[in-house]
Design a protein around this ligand. Structure first.
Ligand SMILES: [Zn+2]
Length: 216
């Protein structure tokens, strides 16, 4: 069932690890099939480097498992993914990462300021990546905490935990996860060479993507 999409989830998860966006067994990834509404999600407790399409768990939006080979269980953060799909019916993929610089802001429970133009691609209200209050891993409380931030943009932080990026495809969600990390790294380094002072974020109007009126 949904073999191609399951393969895409594996590719995305392995690419995220190769990019340094998640290490060891942190992070999880999912994609929603437009036709059936079913969600393909990375399993818990499987080494990403060894993961194959058959390891990906298929479930419906209510969390009922439709297919899981070899007794695989969906990620412990499945509830969070399902809440994100519920609040954002326009999205088809989610990348949950524990990338190092984003984790610094998550640890401080501070939004990542939109200092450079990559922030425009995250569509976050005000240009900064918001942070949801802390909730324990795997709980309904954590799942519910993503609802408000995701109504305001395509990326967010989970306090003391990691980052979440959503998109219309797995590549879109992965690109946004990479932008979150880049913004966080730029902000950390900019503050470090400015004596701990964080530069002012770009004003919201700077994030509007424009195209040339005329190309000669
Ligand atoms: Zn996590």
């Amino acid at each position: 069932m949904l073999e191609a999409l399951r393969g895409e989830v594996v590719r995305c998860a392995q690419e995220a690890e190769a990019q340094g966006l998640c290490r060891w067994r942190s992070g999880n990834f999912s994609a929603r099939d437009k036709a059936t509404g079913l969600v393909c999600m990375t399993p818990s407790g499987v080494n990403r480097r060894l993961m194959i399409a058959e390891d990906i768990v298929v479930m419906d939006l209510d969390g009922r498992v439709a297919e899981a080979a070899n007794g695989r269980k969906p990620s412990s953060e499945a509830l969070m993914h399902l809440a994100a799909y519920e609040v954002r019916p326009d999205i088809c993929a989610i990348a949950h990462t524990h990338s190092p610089f984003a984790l610094v802001f998550a640890a401080l429970e501070r939004p990542i300021p939109g200092l450079v133009l990559e922030a425009a691609h995250l569509h976050c209200e005000g240009g900064s990546v918001p942070v949801a209050p802390f909730a324990p891993q795997g709980t309904q409380e954590l799942a519910d905490s993503v609802r408000a931030p995701l109504r305001m943009g395509d990326a967010m932080l989970l306090a003391r935990h990691g980052a979440l990026a959503v998109g219309t495809s797995l590549d879109d969600a992965l690109l946004k996860a990479a932008y979150v990390e880049e913004l966080a790294e730029v902000a950390c380094r900019a503050a470090a060479i400015s004596g701990g002072m964080m530069p002012a974020p770009l004003p919201p109007e700077a994030f509007v993507l424009r195209y040339p009126d005329k190309i000669k």
